[in-house]
Design a protein around this ligand. Structure first.
Ligand SMILES: Cc1cc2nc3c(=O)[nH]c(=O)nc-3n(C[C@H](O)[C@H](O)[C@H](O)COP(=O)(O)OP(=O)(O)OC[C@H]3O[C@@H](n4cnc5c(N)ncnc54)[C@H](O)[C@@H]3O)c2cc1C
Length: 394
């Protein structure tokens, strides 16, 4: 879908204008349902949750408990957990059905190559690679199969999936995997062949495969019963797109040229980064220098496929004709003479920038919930206390 998801704010706004809340609520669990396709735009900050809700409410009012508002809440809830737990979201938040050591630490090759022989899983992997996106239900099925039926540690699956998603976001992705695994929720998420038959097109249906069992049998496996026999199909027909920790060379994203005069001398510099690809704030001085940055440290740990580099860079170019691929110490040196360096905070990269950049707080849609909530329902109750209409959030 990367091809049809044009990397611009206008494309995101056009999508927002097409959202049909009633259809969304009725069909969102279906693979062919009326979902918004907004997550790459939200992840990369071309639009905010506020933009989405404001755009939808321009056309019709919604109750606070409307399914769409609720789902926007999930994104913000995961950010809430990340803000409190930090890097701990990369480890099991609490014990799941089995100890961490019971799971394989490596994602098997047949899953990566879409040749498990379980159509729903192979279709999901192929869709992920081909489009950079995947319906929420398909993400849940894939994660559940990996963790509970193949007994692979959720972290191996989460690291792999986040790399291939155009909307890959460490909070939404890794915490969703934990929710499926049962290390971030009170029970493992399981699904059967009938569930797939109800929500997916025919070529995803998987009768007679390992998922075609009763929930009791699936639960026994998830809780440590004998692992089902598995014979992968051969040969591999699907290749995993290679991941790159640096941008494609033809994008010509070099570091700053330190032989030249320092940048932003005596002026304000605004940094555009991959998690906030939108206009700089209006309160900046008129002579502010705008520079786009990709931080080497982040991409060394979390590489992207080429398609994502190109998508993000096309969106970044709209705001920052000058863009650098640079490490944080190099950036600090290049901007040492600026009067002030500012950007939008985002936990993917804040740690690298915090020592020398002023981080504007990222906008939120829901009122802040100070106390850490252990569950979405706890957070939702607090975030929406006394609120009846979604309009009150704006
Ligand atoms: C295993 C797994 C991994 C995931 N990884 C990511 C990820 O890396 N990045 C990401 O943005 N989302 C992730 N999600 C959440 C969800 O699947 C996607 O946000 C959603 O499918 C995006 O499609 P959409 O924009 O059409 O969503 P819509 O259903 O149209 O929802 C509108 C917006 O609400 C938010 N939203 C909806 N459902 C969820 C949800 N369950 N959790 C969090 N936010 C939600 C998203 O921002 C989404 O764009 C993951 C879910 C699972 C189960």
């Amino acid at each position: 879908m990367a091809g049809t998801l044009l990397p611009s704010r206008d494309a995101a706004l056009a999508r927002i204008a097409r959202v049909q809340p009633a259809d969304y609520a009725r069909t969102r669990n279906h693979l062919e349902g009326a979902v918004t396709g907004l997550s790459p735009y939200l992840t990369h900050g071309l639009v905010t949750l506020h933009d989405v809700l404001a755009g939808v409410l321009e056309r019709e009012p919604l109750a606070i408990g409307h399914k769409l508002v609720f789902e926007l809440g999930w994104r913000e809830f995961f950010r809430h957990v990340w803000a409190h737990a930090g890097d701990d979201i990369l480890n099991s938040l609490h014990p799941g059905p089995l100890p961490d050591s019971a799971y394989d630490p490596v994602l098997p090759q047949d899953i990566r190559e879409a040749r498990t022989g379980v159509p729903v899983i192979d279709q999901a992997v192929r869709t992920l690679y081909a489009t950079g996106t995947l319906h929420n239900h398909a993400r849940m099925w894939l994660a559940s199969y990996v963790v509970h039926l193949r007994r692979v540690h959720w972290r191996a699956g989460a690291d792999w999936m986040v790399a291939h998603l155009l909307d890959g976001d460490l909070a939404s992705n890794h915490l969703s995997w934990q929710w499926v695994a049962g290390t971030g929720s009170h029970k493992p998420y399981l699904f059967d062949a009938q569930n797939v038959a109800r929500y997916a097109p025919a070529h995803w249906h998987s009768p007679g495969t390992v998922i075609d069992q009763s929930y009791e049998a699936l639960e026994r496996i998830a809780r440590g019963g004998p692992r089902p026999n598995h014979r992968a199909r051969t040969p591999a027909l699907t290749e995993e797109p290679p991941l790159q920790s640096a941008p494609p060379p033809d994008l010509r994203l070099h570091g700053p040229d330190l032989a030249q005069a320092r940048h932003g001398q005596g002026r304000t510099v605004w940094l555009v980064h991959p998690w906030a690809l939108r206009a700089p704030p209006a309160d900046l001085p008129a002579d502010t220098e705008v520079i786009g940055v990709y931080l080497r440290e982040h991409h060394a740990a979390w590489p992207w496929p080429e398609t994502r580099w190109r998508w993000v860079d096309a969106a970044m170019a709209a705001w920052a004709p000058r863009r650098w691929f640079v490490d944080a110490p190099g950036l600090a040196v290049a901007l040492a003479d600026a009067a002030q360096v500012r950007t939008m905070a985002d936990p993917h990269i804040a740690r690298y920038l915090a020592p020398f950049v002023q981080l504007d707080p990222a906008p939120t849609l829901f009122p802040p919930v100070e106390r850490r909530c252990q569950s979405f329902s706890q957070w939702w109750t607090r975030a929406t206390r006394g609120v009846q209409r979604a309009q009150s959030l704006l």
